[in-house]
Design a protein around this ligand. Structure first.
Ligand code: PLP
Length: 388
């Protein structure tokens, strides 16, 4: 058996999501030198497209070599010097991870916690700022993939700036699916990943660096804690100097370039609307079947839906049958939600009416056959009504 010839599956979990076929073809184009003049043109076009998707004029807008987590680490090590104070908002796994990364990078971390399945309250952030006026950054997750919450950023961004702090934003599961208002809110450092709403395989972490954050990078007193992720050096490769730092993952940059072109062809606004509509249909179908959504309506993340398991459904059994019988992957939950909640992603290329309908039908079939308490025969109807 050839293990490395996997069949194609529908990836409706928290990531990776399916890569667009055009992106996979781009990956297989001939590898050329990372300083080849032809490659340099592709780099320039890719950063232009990234600025479009991030809606920013930030010059330093580039893909970091590594997955979304490398984006997080890049953001942190390029935003603080050891001993600096960082206020980090935590309402799920990725906020928790940002705390860990910040502590390992030498930050003195002040946590602001929110309940799982909800937002971090801006009033709690205000209090933390008041008690810690010497903090340098506020770290926050825009789209918390462990809970399905979309965190509003407006108030927290303006509080940060009024108090001379920079805001560092995790947009791994929002970029390309949900509006990320980088310049509108003057977000100082935003990072993402290729494998969620950009519909590209895992492997790159787009980042964008605003003027305040760039100023910090240029004037810091100590060297960046990480050699590999030091933007002062990496930016010399992506800028006009083309100074060698590390070999760019050439084919992944082809793939990202194609993924970004696809987004531009569709247009950001249409893409956000598509994510919203398909999630609406999915949620309506799940609710009609009798299931309860985790997040209250105001804070639902269009690219990832969290739902409580119906009574008498076995988490692992249902997910494994969806995978075995239908080639559909959905996500288990983590932390406080483990075993009680499913995470259903409709990200990028995967956010389609066809996938919503296919998934609801498959889920109903599996749930019925395991004897779970659901209302059969109504999920699909309710979902299709949303499209009419
Ligand atoms: C997936 C994810 C990450 C980590 O990305 P990897 O590609 O797994 O390294 C970070 N933050 C959020 C919010 C995510 O959803």
């Amino acid at each position: 058996m050839n293990l490395r010839n996997p069949k194609s599956k529908l990836l409706l979990g928290p990531g990776p999501s399916n890569a667009d076929p055009r992106v996979l073809r781009a990956l297989s184009e001939p590898t050329i030198g990372h300083l080849d003049p032809d490659f340099v043109k592709i780099m320039d076009e890719t950063t232009d497209l990234l600025r479009y998707v991030f809606q920013t004029a930030n010059q330093l807008t580039i893909p970091i070599s590594g997955t979304g987590s490398a984006g997080m680490e890049t953001a942190i090590v390029n935003s603080i010097e050891p001993g600096d104070k960082a206020i980090i908002c935590v309402a799920g796994v990725f906020g928790e991870r940002m705390v860990d990364v910040a502590e390992r990078s030498g930050a003195v971390v002040v946590r602001v916690d929110g309940p799982w399945g909800s937002i971090v309250d801006p009033e709690d952030v205000r209090k933390a700022i008041k008690e810690n006026p010497d903090a340098k950054i506020i770290g926050i997750v825009h789209a918390e993939t462990s809970t399905g919450v979309l965190q509003p950023l407006e108030d927290i961004a303006s509080m940060a700036h009024e108090n001379g702090m920079r805001i560092v934003v995790d947009a791994v599961t929002s970029l390309g699916g949900v509006k990320v208002p980088v310049d509108e809110l003057e977000l100082d450092f935003v990072y993402s990943g290729t494998q969620k709403c950009l519909s590209c395989p895992p492997g790159l972490a787009p980042v964008t660096v605003g003027p305040r954050a760039l100023d910090f990078i240029k004037n810091r007193e100590t060297k960046c804690q990480s050699w590999y992720l030091d933007l002062a050096m990496i930016s010399r490769y992506w800028g006009s100097e083309r100074f060698y730092h590390h070999t760019a993952p050439v084919n992944m940059i082809y793939a990202l370039n194609e993924a970004l072109r696809i987004i531009k062809e569709e247009g950001l606004e249409s893409r956000w609307a598509r994510h919203q509509l398909n999630q609406q249909a999915l949620m309506t179908g799940l609710e009609a079947m009798g299931m309860k959504l985790v997040v209250e309506p105001d804070y639902r993340l269009p690219s990832l839906t969290t739902v409580y398991l119906p009574d008498d459904a076995d988490d692992a059994l249902v997910r494994s049958r969806l995978l075995k019988e239908y080639d559909i992957e959905i996500g288990a939950a983590l932390g406080e939600f483990k075993g009680r909640v499913w995470r259903i992603g409709l990200m990028g290329t995967n956010s389609t009416k066809g996938n919503v309908v296919t998934f609801l039908a498959a889920l109903e079939d599996v749930l019925t056959s395991v004897g779970a308490k659901i209302n059969p025969g109504v999920g699909l109807q309710a979902a299709s009504a949303v499209y009419r």
